[in-house]
Design a protein around this ligand. Structure first.
Ligand code: GLA
Length: 732
C-alpha cells in the first residue's frame, strides 16, 4: 500500500492490475506492507529517503511519522544512519549501500526522491519502486520492494542507471539497506566446510560492523552461506520473539554488513561482495542487483521459517508445488568403479527397491583422459567407451525396460588440466596468465563470463537431452572455488566475479526454457552453493556429502529454517553406525533417495527398505507440501523431534530421534505437538516399523488436537528405540 495524494491509475490488460505513482513531495511517508509487517519510508524535507519504521504493522498508518522524527539527535544523523539506500561520498560517513565514481572522476553521491509507484501483479504480490536521482549527476537508482503479502516475505533489490555522458564505475552496489530498532540484536550465522555445512553460531551484535561474506567465486558458500537470522531484543525461540530471516539470492561472492550504529539501531546492508568487483556502466547501461529476500515475524523462528517455506514453494523454488522422484544413486556404492554390467545390475536393484529413478554419478565420461578418479576427464563429456560401450542411451533404455527413470551427474562448469578440453581451449579456463596454476580437487573453473563457454556448458546438457530425450534427472555439481581469478575474455577483470554468476544464470535460463520438466539437483560437493538465486532453477539441493544420519539431523535442522523439505535431497547411505531404520527415517524428512549397495542388504533390511519406500509414498505429500514444526532441537535435548502438518490439518507426521546416548534416556516426557487443529480428534500410529512388535501395543486412543498440543505425546525414543515415526490422522 502507498500513501498517495494524486495517484495516477493505469489498468493494463493482463498481469498488472494497477499502478499508482507518486511524484516528488516533501515530508511524506511511504508504507510497504505485508500481512503483518511494514517498512515505512520517510521522504524528508530535503527529499532524502530514510527508514522511519520497520517491523510489526501499526493500526494507524499516520503514526509512522512519529517514530523517527527527522531531527532526532542533531543534523549530523538525520536521514543518514537510517538512509533507505546509503550513498557514499557526500554527507554520509557510515558504511554505504552504494559507492560510485562518476564519468568525470568525482566520487560523491547524494540521492534524492523523485517518485514512487506500486504495481500490483495479483491479489498477493505487489512491487513498490522508489526512484532516486543524484542532485548533481545524471545517475538514477530505483529501489524495488516485491511484497508477498500473505507470506510476509519481501524481496528487495536495486537498479542503478547511468545517464551520464561517460562511464560510471560502481564500487559498491548493495541490494538492500534495512534499518532495525531494538534494545539488542542477536545474529545467528552459519559456517561450515565440506561435510560440515550449516554450523550455527549465535552472538550479540555489538557496536561496529560485523561482516558475513564470501570471496570464493564459485562453490561460494562453502565456508559461509548468505543466509542468517537477526533477533531483536533477545534471541528468538521457535515460538517467541522478533526475528528476521534473510538471504542474498546470489550464487557468488556476497557481503552482509551488520552495523550497530551510534543510536543503537541496526544498519543491515546486503549485496554482492564489492571485493575486487568494481563494475563499469557505459552511458545508458544499468545494473540490476540480485534480490535480498527476508521475512520478519514477531512470533519466533517457527512462523518465520514456515512463511519462507510457503514463499519458496509458491514462488521461487523450481516446481515448488510439484512432486519429486525417489531414487537410487551409485556414488557411494561404486564411486568411479563401474561398467555397463554393474550399472545394469543397479538398474534392476532400483526396480527391486521400488524407487522411481536411477542416478548415475561421476565417472561415466572421458576417453583420452578417462574419468576413473577425480584427477582427469572433467570437460570431456563423451561417454567412456570402456565403461559404457553402448553409451548413455543404452542405460536410459535399460532403465525403461526395468520400469524406472534415468538421471545423470554433470559438473559442467569445471575442467581438469588432464582433459582434451583444457588442451583445446586453455583460454576458456580461469587462471592467471603468468602465474602457476593452483587447483582445487585437481580442477579449474571455466570462464562463464565468456558467451562461448556459456554455449559450451549449455551444449553439454543439450547434447545429453537431444541424444536421450527420456533422461529425467540431472545432478549439477560444482566442486571447486576460483583461484587466480583472471578471464582472458573480459576487458575489465573486476567484472569476472559478477559476470561469472550472470553467465551461469544465463545458461540455466536456457536449460530451463528448453527442458522445463526435467528434475535438477543442485550440488556443490554438498551444500557449497545453496541459495534462492540458484534454486529458482533447481527442484532440490544436496545438503551435504555428510550422510551420517546423526550429523545429518543437525544439518537438516539448521537448513530447515530456510528451505522447505521438498527441496532437501536426503540419501540413505552407509555413513554412520545407526541401523538402516534410523538412516531411512532421517532421509524421509525431505526427498528420499538411497545410495547403498542394495544387493548387499540382508533380507530383513531389504524388506524394510522396500516397505519404507511404500510408506514414504503415503506421507511424502505432507512432508513436501505441509507446514514444518520443529518440536525439539537436538542441540538442546538428547533427542530431536520435528513434525509436518498438511494444510487441512487432518494429517501429520512426526519424526523423533535419539541424538545423544549419554544417559540413555531419550524422551522421558511427552513432546508437545504443534500445528494441529485443537478441536479435531486424532489417531496416533507408529509407522515405518522395522520389526513388529517393537514395544507393547499402545492403546488405540483418539486424542484431541488440544490434548496433543497441550499435554503432548511421548514417542518413547531411547537407546533401544532410536527413531520413531508417528502418523497423526484425524479420527473419523
Ligand atoms: C561431489 C558430490 C558427491 C559426488 C561427487 C562425485 O563431492 O557432492 O555427491 O557426486 O562429487 O565426484
Amino acid at each position: 500500500m502507498i500513501v498517495c495524494r494524486s495517484p495516477k491509475r493505469t489498468l493494463s490488460v493482463l498481469l498488472t492490475f494497477f499502478v499508482s505513482t507518486l511524484f516528488a513531495q516533501r515530508s511524506q511517508i511511504i508504507t510497504i506492507e505485508s500481512q503483518h509487517n511494514v517498512i515505512a519510508l520517510q521522504v524528508g524535507n530535503d527529499l532524502r529517503v530514510s527508514t522511519a519504521y520497520f517491523g510489526t504493522k501499526l493500526k494507524d498508518t499516520s503514526e509512522y511519522r512519529f517514530v523517527r522524527p527527522m531531527y532526532k539527535r542533531g543534523d549530523d544523523y538525520s536521514g543518514i544512519l537510517n538512509s533507505a539506500y546509503t550513498p557514499a561520498g557526500s554527507r554520509n560517513l557510515v558504511e554505504p549501500a552504494i559507492e560510485v565514481t562518476h564519468a568525470n572522476g568525482n566520487t560523491s553521491l547524494d540521492l534524492h526522491f523523485v517518485s514512487s509507484a506500486v504495481e500490483k501483479t495479483d491479489a498477493n504480490v505487489s512491487v513498490t519502486t522508489i526512484l532516486l536521482r543524484d542532485s548533481a549527476y545524471a545517475l538514477e537508482v530505483s529501489l524495488f520492494f516485491k511484497v508477498y503479502y500473505k507470506e510476509d516475505v519481501v524481496e528487495q533489490w536495486a537498479v542503478i542507471k547511468n545517464k551520464e555522458k561517460g562511464n560510471v564505475t560502481l564500487q559498491k552496489f548493495a541490494s538492500a539497506n534495512l534499518y532495525l530498532t531494538a534494545d539488542q540484536y542477536w545474529l545467528k550465522q552459519f559456517h561450515g566446510d565440506w561435510a560440515k555445512e550449516m554450523q550455527p553460531e549465535e552472538t550479540r551484535l555489538t557496536a561496529g560492523i560485523k561482516v558475513l561474506d564470501s570471496k570464493l567465486g564459485t562453490r561460494s558458500h562453502l565456508y559461509q552461506p548468505p543466509t542468517f537470522m537477526v533477533s531483536l531484543d533477545k534471541p528468538a525461540t521457535e515460538d517467541e520473539g522478533k526475528v528476521l530471516l534473510g538471504q542474498l539470492e546470489w550464487s557468488g561472492n556476497f557481503k552482509v554488513d551488520l552495523e550497530v550504529d551510534p543510536l543503537n539501531n541496526l544498519r543491515l546492508i546486503a549485496g554482492i561482495n564489492p571485493f575486487a568487483s568494481e563494475y563499469a556502466l557505459k552511458p545508458n547501461q544499468q545494473f540490476e542487483t540480485p534480490a535480498f529476500v527476508f521475512t520478519f515475524s514477531d512470533k519466533g523462528t517457527g512462523e518465520a521459517s514456515r512463511n519462507l517455506h510457503r514463499w519458496a514453494r509458491n514462488y521461487k523454488l523450481y516446481d515448488g508445488k510439484g512432486s519429486r522422484m525417489t531414487l537410487l544413486n551409485n556414488w557411494e556404492a561404486t564411486f568411479f568403479n563401474f561398467d555397463e554390467p554393474i550399472l545394469a545390475g543397479l538398474l534392476k536393484d532400483t526396480k527391486k527397491l521400488g524407487v522411481d529413478l536411477f542416478l548415475l554419478d561421476d565417472g561415466w565420461f572421458g576417453n583420452n583422459y578417462p574419468r576413473n578418479n577425480d584427477r582427469a576427464g572433467l570437460g570431456d563429456w563423451q561417454e567412456n567407451v570402456k565403461k559404457l560401450p553402448h553409451g548413455v542411451g543404452f542405460l536410459v533404455k535399460e532403465a525403461q525396460n526395468n520400469g524406472v527413470k534415468f538421471g545423470i551427474w554433470v559438473e559442467p562448469e569445471m575442467v581438469n588440466p588432464k582433459s582434451d578440453l583444457y588442451v583445446k581451449h586453455p583460454e576458456w579456463v580461469i587462471k592467471q596468465p603468468n602465474r602457476e596454476e593452483h587447483l582445487y580437487r585437481n580442477q579449474l573453473v571455466l570462464d562463464l563470463s565468456n558467451p562461448k563457454v556459456q554455449d559450451f556448458v549449455f551444449g553439454i546438457l543439450d547434447n545429453l537431452f537431444t541424444k536421450n530425450p527420456d533422461l529425467a534427472f540431472i545432478k549439477w555439481d560444482c566442486n571447486a572455488v576460483i583461484y587466480n581469478a583472471y578471464s582472458s575474455f573480459l576487458e575489465k577483470q573486476s567484472h569476472l566475479y559478477v559476470d561469472y554468476v550472470k553467465g551461469l544464470y544465463k545458461v540455466l535460463d536456457r536449460v530451463r526454457a528448453k527442458y522445463p520438466t526435467v528434475e535438477m539437483m543442485l550440488c556443490s560437493g554438498g551444500g557449497g552453493r545453496v541459495d534462492y538465486g540458484a534454486l529458482k532453477y533447481f527442484n532440490e539441493f544436496w545438503l551435504s556429502d555428510n550422510t551420517d544420519p546423526l550429523e545429518r539431523i543437525f544439518i537438516q535442522y539448521e537448513y530447515s529454517y530456510f528451505y522447505p523439505a521438498i527441496s532437501h535431497s536426503n540419501h540413505v547411505t552407509d555413513w554412520g553406525k545407526q541401523p538402516l531404520k534410523y538412516r531411512t527415517d532421517v532421509a524421509m524428512m525431505g526427498k528420499l533417495g538411497f545410495d547403498i549397495v542394495v544387493s548387499k542388504l540382508s533380507p530383513k533390511d531389504l524388506e524394510f527398505a522396500q516397505k519404507a519406500v511404500k510408506t514414504y509414498d503415503t506421507i511424502k505429500n505432507i512432508v513436501w507440501h505441509g507446514d514444518l514444526y520443529r518440536l525439539a532441537d537436538p542441540r538442546e535435548n538428547s533427542y530431536a523431534s520435528l513434525m509436518y502438518v498438511n494444510e487441512s490439518k487432518d494429517s501429520a507426521v512426526m519424526f523423533n530421534y535419539i541424538t545423544s546416548n549419554r544417559y540413555g534416556n531419550g524422551s522421558l516426557s511427552p513432546i508437545r505437538l504443534k500445528g494441529l487443529d485443537a478441536g479435531k480428534k486424532y489417531k496416533v500410529r507408529e509407522i515405518n516399523i522395522y520389526e513388529e512388535p517393537r514395544v507393547g501395543k499402545r492403546p488405540n486412543n483418539s486424542y484431541s488436537g488440544d490434548y496433543l498440543m497441550t499435554v503432548g505425546y511421548n514417542p518413547g525414543v531411547s537407546a533401544n528405540r532410536m527413531s520413531v515415526v508417528l502418523q497423526i490422522e484425524e479420527a473419523r
